[in-house]
Design a protein around this ligand. Structure first.
Ligand code: IVH
Length: 665
């Protein structure tokens, strides 16, 4: 290559541009596949030419391996918070005070108040230099490595008119969709759920492994530029500039010239925020002119030039009538508060989630207490506070149960876990029904119906496990109460077509503890038939990417159980898929069995990832580094001299892509 440095730079610029189109503008101009190809090409080049390494390269977004405690950094400008209000009257007071103090015309910038975790970014010469959390406002944590993985944060800026050095502050957020998916996965793996996207975002930002951070798909909105020689005296204009440089700035931001316009903005977003992709908890009002901001100055805690109006958390006071305990599919016992019905933002609330024993203790709940219920971001309302003053002396403290309310088994709680569970997984009805319900869900076997369907079939004694579904006859089902011929036939049809659901989804559907959708896919690729999976040892299982001890143990336990093996045999008899599809299988060979291959350089005919897959599909093993165990090096262009030397020293055979393709032909 003639000028690798230039080539690397061009690729980086191109990828920055595509990142921006994708994450900030939400309108990608190339496919993910094309993007990955370019990224791989850059990765390979950076490996070959380590002298041109750059922490702001787009390749760094995937997260580097460094694992360290965070370094504490003092903020150049303290990170203040805003004075809060919940009332429009106080907004009016703020406005009138500003008017009086300035005694001049002024404009107010109205912004959304994003409910995430705040961050301060420093840029030097157009490159992201450092990202620091708020901390105590004076000193925060250096989370740069994690922030680099966030797609909407520019690593290098666009244009040329930015200052040599400046800070920009904003919020790191987890979009609702990502939050819901993450919690679903955590539920599948029986990990504690995040209470809201804010906790999820700040928890993620504090993770020690940037690779995991990258996988969590965080987002950002920036709202405050600081530094000397800012582009304009107008905050609004500065944000516009920031947008041109590639930052994600909210389109909701408006300038207001009167209290009426402010009130309109508040009224609009109080409703519209429910359709916004990230959580917001209010709006922020800022005096636009920086000169006027300086004139107004600060109190000991807050700027006098800004205020946050918080949306009313919808909350009501009602009586706690009783607490019931529900047993889920996995045996986990969830306490639920039964409340005196109360109206809360348009719906009648009768029940509220209590999460677990610790949450009950934290609230110090007593039956008969008057409690505040709130609808946060979550759909299920929760109890946020007890009105202790109104507690009657004989109100009894809520105690967590010790015996399963469904089957009488003694509940267990593992050390360090918050959740009690019923260990009787074979005989406890909600666990049995729950497993069947899980089996039929859309992402599993996609059989029509839901919990009610299973309840009917189970109570009607037509099914007691997942295999029984395949013995159902529409005539039997249609005799059940509230079932007709048509709905019974529909059900049977969808059961019949489920036999074509691919192996990886069957693996997910059979409900092995801790095996969620993603894990099931990994297992299916690592062990392409259930026979292989059955025989896998803990050691073999943990060799698969992302499979840890806990999951491996659970898989082994599952297949050690005779009843589970019988169930699988029955399902196999009904025609369910217990092997990777023919299409994928037919591409598998043993041509590379026992061979360890290292890939190096860039290729013409396939991408590096495709070569990785080809190695695995042909029974070989792909490895990242050359050792005495390496059989071949699949070398493309630009294989590094160090690698070449090592290969020669160890006598490892170097093959070109054509040789390789011939080997597996
Ligand atoms: S301005 C000196 N603008 O709310 C003013 N803050 O209580 C600096 N926040 O710590 C903050 N959206 O984490 C500002 N549009 C917005 C905001 C916003 C959310 C957060 C931020 C801040 C807290 C203030």
């Amino acid at each position: 290559m003639e000028n690798p440095k230039q080539h690397i730079e061009d690729l980086r610029n191109l990828l920055h541009q595509h990142n921006y189109s994708y994450y900030v503008l939400s309108s990608p101009t190339i496919t993910d596949f094309e993007f990955d190809k370019l990224l791989k090409e850059l990765e390979a080049l950076e490996k070959e030419y380590p002298e041109y390494a750059d922490p702001n390269s787009p390749t760094q977004r995937v997260g580097s391996d460094i694992n360290k405690q965070f370094v504490q950094v003092a903020h150049k400008y303290p990170m203040l918070s805003l004075s809060n209000t919940y009332s429009l009257e106080e907004v009016e007071e703020f406005y009138n005070r500003v008017k009086k103090d300035l005694n001049d015309d002024f404009e107010i910038v109205c912004e959304l108040k994003f409910d995430g975790t705040s961050i301060s970014l420093t840029y030097k010469d157009g490159k992201l230099q450092q990202a620091v959390t708020r901390g105590d406002g004076v000193v925060g944590d250096d989370v740069t490595a994690n922030v680099r993985t966030i797609g909407s944060i520019p690593l290098t800026l666009q244009g040329h008119d930015y200052m040599d050095e400046f800070e920009i502050r904003g919020e790191i957020l987890m979009p609702w969709k990502v939050f819901d998916k993450l919690n679903q996965e955590r539920a599948d793996q029986e990990e504690p759920l995040f209470a809201n996207p804010r906790n999820a975002a700040s928890g993620t930002l504090k993770l020690q492994d940037p690779k995991v951070v990258a996988s969590r798909k965080l987002d950002s909105f920036l709202y405050y530029m600081l530094g000397e020689n800012l582009p304009s005296d107008s905050h609004y204009e500065n944000l516009k500039k920031a947008k041109q440089w590639g930052f994600k700035i909210s389109d909701a931001t408006r300038k207001a010239k009167s209290l009426e316009e402010i009130a309109e903005f508040i009224k609009y977003w109080d409703v519209e925020r429910k359709n916004f992709p990230v959580a917001t908890d209010g709006i922020v009002l800022k005096v636009d002119s920086l000169r006027q901001q300086r004139n107004l100055g600060y109190t000991s805690k807050f700027p006098r030039w800004a205020i946050a109006y918080k949306f009313q958390a919808e909350r009501e006071l009602t009586e706690l009538l009783s607490v019931s305990f529900q047993v889920g599919r996995t045996g986990a016992v969830t306490p639920v508060a039964n409340l005196k019905p109360v109206q809360l933002s348009g719906t009648t609330v009768k029940r509220a989630s209590l999460y677990n024993a610790d949450a009950i203790d934290a609230l110090d709940l007593h039956i008969g207490d008057m409690v505040y219920v709130e609808k946060g971001g979550e759909i299920i309302p929760k109890i946020t506070e007890v009105d202790i003053k109104s507690r009657k002396p004989n109100n009894e403290k809520v105690e967590f149960i010790t015996i399963c309310p469904e089957c009488g088994a003694t509940l267990k709680r593992d050390e360090g876990e918050a959740v009690y569970y019923c260990p009787n997984y074979k005989g406890c009805p909600p666990q049995i029904k729950g497993r069947i319900e899980h089996f039929i869900t859309r992402k599993a076997m996609n059989i029509s119906g839901g919990s009610e369907t299973i309840e009917h079939l189970y109570n009607g004694k037509l099914i007691s496990n997942i295999a029984d579904l395949y013995t159902l006859k529409w005539q039997d089902v249609s005799h059940l109460e509230r079932w007709g011929e048509k709905s019974a036939k529909n059900l049977i049809e969808s059961i019949q077509s489920s036999v074509n659901i691919p192996y990886e989804r069957v693996l997910y559907a059979i409900g092995i503890r801790y095996v969620g959708e993603t894990v099931a896919k990994k297992l299916a690729v690592g062990f392409p038939s259930i026979e292989q999976l059955k025989q896998a040892t803990i050691e073999e299982l943990t060799q698969v990417d992302e499979i840890g001890d806990r999951i491996a143990r659970s898989v082994v336990d599952f297949f050690a159980d005779e009843e589970n093996l019988e169930l699988i045999e029955k399902l196999r008899g009904f025609g369910l898929q217990f092997e990777l599809s023919q299409e994928i299988m037919s591409q598998r060979t043993n041509k590379l069995e026992g061979k360890t291959i290292v890939i190096s350089g860039t290729f013409e005919k396939h991408s590096r990832d495709e070569y990785k897959t080809l190695i695995e599909q042909n029974g070989g093993k792909n490895s990242g580094s050359i050792s005495s165990k390496t059989n071949y090096i699949l070398a493309g262009d630009n294989m590094g001299p160090a690698k070449l030397e090592k290969a020669n020293k160890l006598g490892v055979q170097i093959i070109k892509e054509d040789d390789f393709l011939k080997m597996i032909e």
